[in-house]
Design a binder for this molecule. Structure first.
Ligand code: GLC
Length: 545
């Protein structure tokens, strides 16, 4: 029985689902304009299904000026012609379902595009109007300073004058990201009603779930007070307690959960909740979201003590609030794990080991497109960088977003585009072909084969009850740098994070991220799933004494 068929029979299929993140503009280009699209994705859905994942999360494809590569939405219930048409979307949904793949969309409720008609209406209507009350408009000080000291995640003040130079309209509007992304005012009930309509539109089409962008920041502290420090934001929004994790936001997810549960089958909510484990876990209480990414884990380096410490915190939060974390090592916003874990051969081995480790943990997991190919970050030439974070904050996320290589030969952007296409929207490096799907297919030891094998085994272990979604995890670090996670009472996950080989713990090795030679040692930068030997019976115990 396939993983999806197995899941379909059980309530809460999402609990241990593995979802493949598709960043559509870099997945596959069907129409030859150098930007990935629905036609390209439709054509390669069978590739995704062949990995053995349960579904796809698609980052935004709705109409957008593309200032933040689609996270600046100007119409929440339509398709940007850059990616295709609504008919093609419907076809995509149908084909994915036929292949046993669920579809999750990104919903961006914190902000929209400055070209959204409701923001345009707010600008036109002027100070004090109900139109402006949909967003955060406020007057600055007489000396020309913005309404408060909040900083944008992308750098600089989080406020822009709506009508610079006007004597009659002296208001500023809030944008936690770029000025082209005004923040919605969630204290206005009209905003909540508007988004309920957005949810119902996509759920009504049969979309299986939503990933909620910047889920912890929708509500801002009442009265928009200054943050305790005017320091630049150092860790997403976390360092400004006035825009992050306000208690009122939980009511939004209780309402969305009721909406999601009113469909049959119920729809699923997964949040981008970039908070410490104990705070993030509160978003997955039984009447709120189903899942939240384990953000504390997403950005970790190759450090056994840090993995064990964060793993232990996440486990404590799970025990208190009930939901296992949702694991990921990569997404479109962060450095790829091959690079983050040191680059070169060791970075390559570590990224494979890290992926094997998270796929062995209880709870859902996400794989970012290209992670199954061990893609590293690309050093995109400065003139080609388009991430708004680069222009405003000097940090570029483009290196993790380069169009995928499908073929070893460089023609047609390594198979990303059809013949005769425009150049890909971000340049690909000369080594790209060696990391292509074609290259991986031809190598039995490739990461692609490792991932498909791991997913097959995961499905079997779940079916046999050896993996249970609610297994407890106990984390330890051995002196030789071996990270251990005891999962339930049958499985031990071990990752050699030090510089030397580590003696293998007792048990049967079910999966290894690299060959074990000699067999009783785990080479550095290797992860294994071990089936522990059954506990001693009473008689054995007696004999042993
Ligand atoms: C989320 C997205 C990121 C985007 C930001 C603003 O963090 O993942 O890509 O820039 O929100 O929408």
């Amino acid at each position: 029985m396939s993983g999806s068929a197995l899941h379909a029979q059980r309530d809460g299929w999402w609990q241990d689902a593995v979802i493949y993140q598709v960043y559509p503009r870099s997945f596959a280009d069907g129409d030859g304009d150098g930007v990935g699209d629905f036609a390209g994705l439709l054509d390669r859905l069978p590739y995704i299904a062949s990995l053995g994942v349960d579904g796809i999360w698609m980052t935004p494809f709705q109409p957008s000026p593309q200032v933040d590569q689609g996270y600046d939405v100007s119409d929440y219930c339509a398709v940007d012609p850059l990616f295709g048409t609504m008919d093609q979307f419907d076809q995509l949904l149908e084909s994915a379902h036929a292949l046993g793949l669920r579809i999750f969309l990104d919903v961006v409720p914190n902000h929209c595009s400055s070209e959204h008609p409701l923001f345009q209406a707010a600008v036109a209507a002027g100070p004090g109007s109900p139109e402006r009350a949909m967003f955060h408009f406020a007057a600055g000080s007489d000396d020309g300073a913005p309404p408060n000291n909040w900083q944008s995640v992308f750098g600089g003040t989080a406020w822009s004058r709506v009508n610079p130079g006007s004597e009659t309209d002296r208001e500023w509007y809030l944008h936690l990201f770029s000025p082209e992304q005004p923040d919605w005012n969630w204290r206005n009930p009209a905003v909540g009603n508007y988004f309920e309509g957005v949810l119902r539109f996509w759920f009504g089409k049969g979309v299986d779930g939503l990933r909620i962008d910047v889920a912890h920041a929708l509500f801002k502290a009442d009265g928009l007070p200054d943050a305790p420090t005017a320091d630049p934001v150092v860790d997403g929004l976390r360092s400004n307690p006035k825009v992050s994790d306000q208690e009122e936001v939980h009511e939004v997810y209780r309402r969305w959960r009721r909406v999601a549960d009113s469909y049959s089958p119920g729809r699923v909510l997964v949040g981008e909740v970039n908070l410490a484990p104990d705070r993030a876990a509160r978003y997955t209480r039984p009447d709120e979201m189903h899942q939240a990414f384990a953000f504390a884990f997403v950005k970790l380096g190759w450090d056994a003590a840090a993995w064990a410490a964060v793993g232990t915190e996440l486990e404590a939060a799970r025990k208190e609030h009930g939901a296992p974390p949702t694991w990921a090592l990569e997404n479109h916003d962060i450095s790829r794990s091959v690079t983050r874990f040191g680059g070169g051969d060791r970075g390559f081995l570590r990224a494979r080991a890290g992926l094997v480790a998270i796929l062995g943990l209880p709870g859902g997991a996400y794989i970012y497109q290209g992670q199954e190919l061990s893609l590293p970050d690309v050093d995109v030439p400065v003139h080609a960088r388009v991430d708004p974070m680069w222009a405003r904050g000097g940090v570029s996320r483009d290196g993790a977003r380069v169009p995928l290589p499908w073929t070893t030969a460089p023609e047609n952007a390594y198979g990303f585009s059809p013949p005769g296409a425009a150049e890909p929207w971000l340049p690909q490096p000369a080594f790209w072909g060696s990391r292509s799907v074609e290259a991986h297919r031809g190598d039995p030891h490739s990461t692609l084969h490792l991932v498909t094998g791991a997913l097959r085994l995961r499905t079997e272990l779940l079916a046999e009850g050896i993996f249970a979604p609610d297994d407890a995890c106990s984390w330890h670090v051995r002196e030789d740098g071996l990270l251990l996670c005891e999962r339930g009472d049958q499985i031990l996950l071990a990752v050699a994070m030090g510089d030397g080989p580590c003696p293998l713990p007792d048990g049967n090795v079910l999966l290894s991220s690299s060959p074990l030679t000699p067999e009783e040692f785990l080479p550095p930068d290797t992860a294994v799933w071990i089936r522990r030997r059954p506990p001693l019976s009473g008689l054995d115990f007696y004999d042993a004494e």
